[in-house]
Design a protein around this ligand. Structure first.
Ligand code: FAD
Length: 523
């Protein structure tokens, strides 16, 4: 017999299967020796009251063993003889586009400028150790894209529950733990992601797809108003319709599109800093307990949002128990982001603290037209590089000092491996951003006592929150508005923000290609 339970229990009662069995015995009138397995279907932490509770939905197998898998598997067929579709970029958008193409019977031919996820690791380590940024292999470029050496939060605001579930199930099929199907805020972690991504690539290759690493698309091959393939830096060309999933950091792609008059448009982004607190402090604040999270609770999260002078100020991509990483993709840039391992065990918590900006906020960049905010991003990143001492050392300021416009004499201990340099961010960062961050921090300090503290440090600059450009496509066909055979995809196209939404977008682009081929074959 299978029985489902909806329960609210203490953290220690949800700590492991043994503890859960005791709860089920108590609540369900079942004997412990009758319980064959317990599956957690939903789990979330309720920290609104002094007594913290875990909300659980459980499926209990009584006197019977579970027979089905914990996830819904997808079937991938042999597509060796399928029509080729070129997928440029192997981040979440490109990966999920490729997997979906295989489901639909097409043969993905993947072009990825960076290295495979394993070899990429060395270049990433070199950024922190030697302050050298390889323009083709870094935190954004390479197998897995920006999603590989990332935090691996799979939480999305997408309302398309069915699409989200499909993506999470595919992650499980390739090695993610099934807890991501149950948790309210699912998370994989950067220690687990590379193997999952490698498994996905192996599946694609086993089905007859091709993956070309260290191969950069430099141009689209066009026949009138149609894209029919790509040219690459290796001298090879690849023919077929193109899913362009190059992410928001491939500025050369945006320059190329503008130069060749492919319609694109400027879009708003959010910029600011990474804010790092001791995790212990965040645990104490969020769990209202002097002993912090204790033995059984996860590293606490937070989320803030407010308005300042007509613009949103908010926390972004919070990484509990994580580290701040150097995420530049080229010379003369200091860019920071956050990631964490599956256990979220570091001493720090970090989060982007950003101000929403629109193209019209910076009229001095208007001459760059569609690339206006990208140019502003470039300027900000160079400004931070200059103020950090022209290495990967990041300029930083204590939080209260920033609010009071006071120089910080030093910076607190940090997870940011290349190191911090105390710097008056309040003085040299654009006023449009600093004035709003100041007001935002004051508000957040009022909302959450202890959050506004000099134990926290602001690290410059958080500038790659989303794409500053949109490659305009048709809502239904997913095809570019004026150019046939071109399917702008994922975060770089301006239609996604995060791993899961880029993955959903990848699947939709593959379906767009299929619909296009199907309608052609009907003519
Ligand atoms: P990308 O992942 O950027 O992939 C684009 C790919 O295209 C890259 O591999 C790049 O090398 C390749 N490429 C670019 N130009 C070319 C070219 N000309 N030719 C061939 N290949 C090219 N999101 C979350 O949801 N949760 C998180 O916890 C999270 N943490 C993050 C932590 C860090 C450190 C970073 C950097 C990002 C994080 N993100 C997170 C954001 C998330 O990774 C991105 O939203 C997501 O990866 C976007 O997917 P994408 O496929 O659209 O683009």
């Amino acid at each position: 017999m299978i029985k489902e339970f909806q329960l609210r229990v203490l953290p220690e009662e949800a700590a492991n299967e043994q503890a859960l069995t005791q709860v089920v015995v108590r609540e369900g009138g079942i004997r412990a020796d009758e319980v064959r397995a317990i599956r957690i279907l939903k789990r979330s932490v309720d920290a609104r009251q002094r007594t913290i509770l875990i909300n659980l939905k459980l499926r209990v197998f009584i006197n019977e063993e579970p027979t089905e898998l914990e996830y819904i598997p997808t079937e991938y067929k042999d597509v060796s003889n399928g029509k080729p579709v070129i997928v440029v970029g192997f981040g979440p958008g490109g990966i999920f586009a490729s997997l979906r193409l295989i489901e639909l019977g097409y043969r993905p031919v993947i072009i990825e400028r960076g290295k495979n996820v394993h070899d990429r690791r060395r270049d990433i380590a070199q950024i922190s150790r030697e302050h050298i940024v390889n323009g083709e292999s870094n935190y954004s470029f390479g197998e897995g894209g920006a999603g590989a050496y990332s935090d691996g939060k799979l939480y999305t605001r997408s309302k398309k529950r069915g699409s989200v579930d499909k993506i999470l199930n595919v992650f499980c099929q390739f090695g993610a733990t099934s807890s991501i199907l149950a948790d309210a805020h699912p998370h994989i972690g950067t220690d687990k992601l590379p193997l999952i991504i490698e498994n996905m690539r192996n599946q694609i290759v086993a089905c007859g797809g091709e993956v070309h690493f260290e191969t950069r698309m430099d141009a689209l091959i066009r026949k009138g108003d149609e894209v029919i393939g790509v040219e690459t830096n290796t001298g090879n060309t690849f023919m077929g319709p193109v899913i362009l999933a190059t992410g928001h950091s491939a500025r050369d792609v945006y320059y190329y599109l503008q130069r060749t008059q492919v319609p694109i448009e400027a879009k708003g982004i959010a910029v600011g800093v990474r804010l790092e607190h001791p995790q212990e402090l965040i645990d104490k604040i969020q769990y209202h307990r002097a002993d912090g999270r204790g033995e059984y609770l996860p590293a606490a999260e937070y989320s803030f949002v407010t308005q300042s002078a007509g613009r949103g100020v908010y926390s972004f991509c919070m990484c509990p128990g994580g580290v701040v990483v150097p995420a530049a993709t080229g010379p003369k840039q200091v860019v920071v982001n956050g990631m964490s391992a599956s256990r979220r065990g570091s001493k720090w918590s970090n989060s982007g603290m950003v101000v929403e900006i629109h193209p019209e906020d910076f009229p001095e960049y208007a001459s760059h037209k569609e690339l206006a905010l990208m140019k502003f991003q470039e300027h900000l990143e160079e400004l931070n590089w200059l103020n950090g001492g022209m290495k990967q050392i990041a300029p930083a300021q204590r939080m209260v000092d920033f609010v009071n416009k006071k120089n910080s004499g030093d910076t607190p201990p940090t997870s940011y491996a290349p190191g911090l340099l105390a710097s008056p961010l309040h003085f040299w960062m654009p006023e449009f951003i600093t004035s709003r961050l100041r007001e935002g921090f004051r508000n957040f300090g009022k909302m959450s006592h202890g959050f506004l503290t000099n134990e926290a440090v602001m690290i410059g600059v958080e500038s790659r929150t989303s794409s500053p450009v949109r490659i305009i496509r048709d809502r239904e066909s997913m095809q570019h508005v004026t150019i046939k055979g071109l399917f702008p995809c994922g975060e770089g196209a301006g239609y996604a923000g995060g791993i899961v939404s880029a993955a959903i977008d990848g699947e939709r682009c593959a379906e767009g290609v299929d619909a296009c081929f199907s309608s052609l074959s009907r003519i």
